[in-house]
Design a protein around this ligand. Structure first.
Ligand SMILES: Cc1cc2nc3c(=O)[nH]c(=O)nc-3n(C[C@H](O)[C@H](O)[C@H](O)COP(=O)(O)O)c2cc1C
Length: 346
């Protein structure tokens, strides 16, 4: 966006295939996410109005706080798709350069682009002029494999070619989700390029987010798996930022990890609040997808939500067998009653 700096806020919901449809984005924004992304959408499918594509990028009244993520490898097709997305009102168009899935790599898209920085530059130079008032971002990994870690060069070329901000998941493509995200690389990337860098990877709590933000100097935090079944993670992070416990703890000489652990006191949302949000999410899912698909798409959220909670084993079996949104709501209400008896999860 010419002459304007991109600012997507402190905490963002990451693109996640099968997870970040309209209902979950809506609830995440309500819970404090300051920006969110659609899951990756094929640039070709988007241009051809392929069946099912419209559902992926629907953003309703949230379009100003929603970025669309496109995947593809042709600079021309990506430019046409980006132009169409900008015309539909999306202020941020993100290009996926991190997806590790074979089907995507095979067409030269996702993390395959990290192996070919000339194509990366060609994509950016082709998409940039098509965008008018919208921002162009990319989401990358640290490299394709351990022998080709090239995030600094990727970041530099992206910046020179006209990218407005980078979302960085510091794992290689070959690691998929294995090992730990290495945020010393995020810190390096932030130190070496001038455009904003947003941190992604293994951010599972408000404490993780504060620790990683402080350590890397990143411009914002992107929550992914940490938000599945826990959309209140955004408001917990924002509260933790306001209440100064983390900063005070660091001042006292405690380590980053100790200070991150300290923030949990006083910010964790109570279980009644969480159950109500899960019920609201189930309702939104059924409204948008219908009661059967809504029920199935709720399941990953419910598994995560119930994980580790007292008395949840039977409930998880019930979730597994549930066929409609109504059954899901009944399970959540049962959990509410159980919780009143047990008091507290964790
Ligand atoms: C189920 C799932 C689907 C994902 N889909 C996408 C996607 O469509 N586009 C993308 O750029 N990243 C995708 N990701 C990667 C996340 O955006 C994020 O970068 C990654 O999970 C690391 O963050 P985390 O360790 O905090 O989960 C996906 C991750 C998961 C778990």
């Amino acid at each position: 966006m010419a002459g304007n700096n991109i600012n997507l806020g402190r905490c963002i919901l990451a693109p996640m295939a099968g997870i970040t449809g309209f209902p979950f984005r809506k609830v995440a924004l309500k819970c404090g996410a300051e920006f969110c992304f659609t899951e990756m959408v094929s640039a070709t499918g988007f241009l051809h109005n392929d069946k099912g594509t419209a559902e992926l990028f629907y953003a309703g009244n949230d379009v100003m706080q929603t970025g669309i993520q496109l995947f593809g490898s042709s600079p021309e097709i990506l430019a046409q798709a980006a132009e169409k997305a900008a015309d539909k009102g999306f202020k941020v168009i993100d290009i996926n350069m991190g997806c590790p899935v074979k089907k995507v790599i095979k067409i030269g898209a996702g993390s395959a682009i990290l192996k070919d920085l000339q194509t990366l530059s060609a994509i950016v130079k082709s998409v940039r002029p098509a965008l008018k008032d919208s921002f162009l971002t990319i989401k990358i990994r640290s490299g394709f494999d351990e022998n080709s870690i090239n995030f600094l060069e990727t970041g530099r070329i992206a910046e020179e070619s006209g990218v407005d901000a980078v979302f960085f998941h510091p794992r290689t493509r070959s690691l998929m989700f294995g090992g730990a995200a290495d945020h010393s690389l995020t810190k390096k990337l932030k130190e070496n390029i001038s455009i904003p860098v947003y941190a992604s990877g293994d951010i599972f709590s408000a404490g993780d987010a504060l620790r990683i933000k402080h350590y890397t100097g990143a411009d914002g935090i992107m929550f992914a798996r940490g938000a599945i079944g826990r959309p209140w993670i955004f408001s917990e992070y924002l509260s933790a930022g306001y209440n100064n416990i983390f900063a005070e703890s660091l001042k006292k000489g405690n380590s980053l990890a100790e200070s991150a652990a300290a923030v949990l006191s006083g910010i964790e949302r109570d279980i009644g609040h969480k159950i109500n949000i899960m019920i609201e999410l189930a309702e939104e899912m059924c409204l948008f997808y219908g009661k059967e698909r809504g029920c199935n798409l709720m399941k990953p959220h419910l598994y995560n939500f119930l994980k580790g909670s007292k008395g949840s084993k039977n409930l998880r079996v019930m979730v597994n067998n549930a066929k409609t949104g109504k059954e899901i709501k009944d399970i959540l209400n049962m959990f509410k009653t159980l919780n009143d008896e047990y008091i507290g999860i964790n």
